[in-house]
Design a protein around this ligand. Structure first.
Ligand code: PLP
Length: 261
């Protein structure tokens, strides 16, 4: 039977990130994607023009509509924008039988626009991260969540440990923002003591819009199909690496990656 996936995230009118990236990835990886919209952004490859959050009650209604009907195999959260939306999402998810939950702690778009209000960080840490099967921060996000400055692999390790103490089951910290010219190194650590690094050659491209969303969505799809967290992360890394290599070259700014399995 087809596995059902759910994304709780923002819309990117440019189609490269957010809900659109998630649904395309869910489809490419042979799952049936459902969605609950948290915000609408007017956006293209050059940047974010405007952001309009959705009423928290409407976010809840969308999640309920999906979960009352479908057996969801795994879900992810992306842009959540406010503490009110985060609390509403956490309270709603707690009312349903649990499934693997991937939390991509989206904060700032590449162009610098804020996708999460400053006062929502505590709600993210206290309400949502404890529900996470997997947290997928990049380095700037891990720095905000932990208050640490992350410059080395040793820093990444201690930040990951601190994130696990917030109550998530596992963390994959994406190393793409570290200043290494040649390699990007992602770190995986679980509360059970599993640990591995994924080192990849840096791809010279400007088409990296939505890579975080796509990576987290690919993990979610693999989890929905029954993979272990470790295998889901490794498969999703291969998927995103190929998607970056295969960038479409459309738009005038940071173009989208190519969603092909
Ligand atoms: N817009 C939305 C709605 C998103 O969810 C995200 C993802 O994290 C972004 C934009 C950011 O995309 P990027 O930083 O890859 O350009």
């Amino acid at each position: 039977m087809t596995s059902v996936t759910l994304t709780i995230a923002g819309s990117d009118s440019g189609g490269g990130a957010g809900i659109q990236a998630d649904l395309k990835t869910f489809q490419e990886l042979d799952t049936f994607g459902t969605s609950a919209l948290t915000a609408v952004t007017a956006q293209n490859t050059l940047g974010v023009h405007a952001v309009q959050p959705i009423e928290p009650a409407m976010v809840v209604s969308q999640i309920e509509a999906v979960l009352d009907d479908f057996t969801v195999g795994a879900a992810k959260t992306g842009m959540l924008f406010s503490s009110e939306i985060i609390e509403a999402v956490a309270d709603t998810l707690k009312r349903y039988p649990s499934f693997p939950l991937v939390i991509d702690p989206v904060m700032i778009a590449k162009g610098g626009s804020s996708l999460l209000q400053q006062n929502a960080i505590d709600a993210l840490k206290e309400q949502l991260i404890p529900l996470a099967t997997l947290l997928t921060p990049n380095i700037p996000e891990a720095e905000v969540l932990t208050g640490m400055s992350i410059k080395s692999l040793a820093h990444m390790e201690s930040a990951a440990q601190q994130l696990l103490q917030m109550g998530c089951t596992a963390v994959v910290m994406k190393g793409g923002h570290r200043e290494d010219e040649q390699f990007a190194e992602d770190l995986f650590m679980s509360a059970e003591g599993d640990y591995f690094l994924m080192k990849s050659e840096r791809i010279q491209t400007k088409d990296t819009h939505g890579t975080g969303c796509t990576f987290a969505a690919a993990i979610t799809a693999e989890l929905a199909k029954g993979a272990t967290i470790r295998d889901a992360v490794i498969k999703a890394k291969q998927f995103i690496q190929a998607a970056i290599e295969d960038g479409l070259g459309i738009g005038h700014g940071h173009g989208p990656t190519h969603h092909a399995a």
